[in-house]
Design a protein around this ligand. Structure first.
Ligand code: XMP
Length: 503
């Protein structure tokens, strides 16, 4: 999937994977030589925010059109194909936005078995006026006489509409037709194949050496550990670092699940004091992350020393972390991932079996591997833990306040049956105190902010519309049960402009 800055880049990649075909997002600067080297079965050119007529608008290396790889342009991608291959794209003065009736006019494999009349989702200003030589029109709308075009000889296709969005009801079928019938892909990207490939890759990478895996109890590290365990069995030791920044009952739960149920070789490193020391008087969020990241690695290094100097460290890095770096360059990807604060002088070689997967795929792999539902469907929790939810200095007292409030949020969200549909729901402790009246006395205490969001991948998120009854219970329970809190507020900020965490 060649990305021209599309809003839907990830969505397209995901749709391809939903068709059980493996896909990766690559930048539009990819060259024909790189295409040859990677030998994809097909290229999809994404949409993008620019007009092909704007100076500096992203283009594709023209040589890529001569690689013979089947191509499918979507919106901007289709217009670019037309422009680069000698057709005409023009601002028509009237764009098309939203649901648009389309008529299929030729017997294109893209629309095989699909109705002649169908609604598609449009979002464009420029239009294809004339296809390049060798192309023919295979669908039209009122404003776009060339809403879909094809050159069956060169196997290059283009659609003006967005097949990847749910509003284009038959869009997934169009995409599948391109993948299976035009490009000859087979629906072979399944959870089983993902697991098999990972296992082979992990064995190749680590050989007979010892491996350690930081296990947090969250889904990513649990699935990464389970894969590595499957691949190299007793070469793996999991390390659970109790940072002292965890939620109520978390350490016990991890022990019970991984040591108890799964008989994992688990080292429980109790490092709460060291993390608190590293965070002493640290207010700046970036410094906090750096301090925490460094302390994590130092603890891992100490554990590794006792395990034949284990050189490999397993991490649960996901594909969105890589996409966010905006490049296919591996070095950049790592530094992006390390924004959380891994130190530069780190000797470990990373093992990242989930680096090609989206969160929902990781969850599916976890289910396939037989991990329990309460781990697979756990809401994400950041490595720096409660420290990035305490604005200002992190102290044992403030941790205690937040931990108690957070436990109530989780309990009530679960009780209301909302835990799985929310991406995350938690409490935040700001660095202010406000005046209240409790039991006829003046109080001067902290507020707790409730943060609950819905999201598909954490790249964007919306604030969750929690039912009033849930909010009411949260408010009264937190104030009644958590000493030091006299006010409860609700964060109603989406991402962007906010982020999910407060720091
Ligand atoms: P933000 O706050 O950037 O977070 O919207 C996006 C997602 O990432 C999680 N997060 C982290 N996870 N280490 C992690 O393992 C981190 O340093 C970190 N920072 C944020 C956050 O909980 C959300 O799911």
């Amino acid at each position: 999937m060649v990305d021209f800055g599309a809003q839907y880049a990830q969505l397209i990649a995901r749709r391809v994977r939903e068709a059980h075909v493996y896909s990766e997002i690559v930048p539009h600067t990819i060259t024909a030589a790189e295409v040859h080297a990677r030998a994809p079965a097909a290229l999809i050119l994404s949409g993008g925010p620019r007009s092909v007529h704007v100076e500096g608008a992203p283009i594709l290396d023209p040589e890529v059109y001569r690689t013979g790889v089947p191509m499918f342009g979507i919106c901007y991608g289709a217009q670019l194909v037309v422009q680069q291959l000698g057709g005409e794209v023009a601002p028509t003065g009237r764009g098309e936005y939203g649901r648009t009736p389309m008529r299929v006019v030729g017997g294109s494999p893209l629309f095989a078995d699909l109705p002649v009349e169908q609604d598609v989702w449009m979002s464009h200003f420029d239009s294809i006026v004339a296809g390049p030589e060798g192309f023919r029109v295979v669908a039209s709308t009122e404003e776009s006489p060339a809403a879909a075009i094809e050159d069956p000889e060169r196997r290059i296709y283009g659609v003006q509409f967005h097949p990847e969005v749910a509003h284009t009801a038959r869009g997934q079928e169009v995409l599948k037709h391109f993948l299976y019938d035009v490009a000859g892909c087979r629906p072979a990207w399944t959870m089983t194949s993902i697991i098999e490939r990972s296992v082979v890759a992990i064995r190749e990478q680590v050989g007979g050496e010892r491996v350690i895996c930081g296990l947090s109890g969250g889904v990513d590290s649990a699935v990464a550990a389970a894969l590595v365990q499957k691949a190299v069995g007793d070469q793996l030791t999991c390390v659970f670092v109790d940072t002292g920044l965890l939620r109520a009952g978390e350490a016990e739960q991890v022990e019970e699940t991984f040591r108890g149920q799964f008989s994992v070789d688990l080292v429980h490193a109790k490092a709460g004091d060291r993390f608190l020391e590293a965070l002493d008087d640290v207010i700046d969020p970036e410094r906090k992350r750096k301090a925490i990241g460094t302390t994590f690695i130092r603890v891992f290094e100490e554990v590794a020393r006792d395990l034949d100097d284990a050189r490999f460290l397993v991490q649960g890095t996901l594909y969105p972390d890589i996409i966010e770096s905006g490049t296919a360059d591996a070095a950049r990807i790592k530094s992006h991932h390390n924004v959380g604060g891994l130190p530069e002088d780190m000797d470990f070689e990373l093992v990242e079996p989930l680096r090609n997967l989206f969160k929902d795929e990781v969850r599916a792999v976890g289910e396939e591997l037989g991990l329990p539902e309460d781990i697979v469907w756990r809401q994400p929790f950041p490595g720096p833990g409660l420290a990035v939810r305490i604005v200002g200095t992190v102290t044992p007292e403030r941790l205690e306040v937040l931990r108690a409030a957070d436990a109530i949020v989780t309990e009530e969200v679960k009780r209301a049956g909302l835990y799985r549909e929310l991406w995350q729901s938690f409490a935040v402790l700001p660095a202010v105190r406000t005046v209240g009246v409790m039991g006829d006395e003046r109080s001067y205490a902290y507020p707790i902010v409730i943060r609950a969001v819905t999201s598909d991948d954490a790249m964007t998120a919306d604030w969750a519309r929690l039912p009033y009854e849930v909010l009411e219970r949260l408010s009264s329970r937190i104030i009644n049960e958590v000493p030091g809190v006299n006010r409860v507020a609700l964060d109603i900020t989406s991402k962007p402009p906010g982020t999910i965490e407060w720091e």
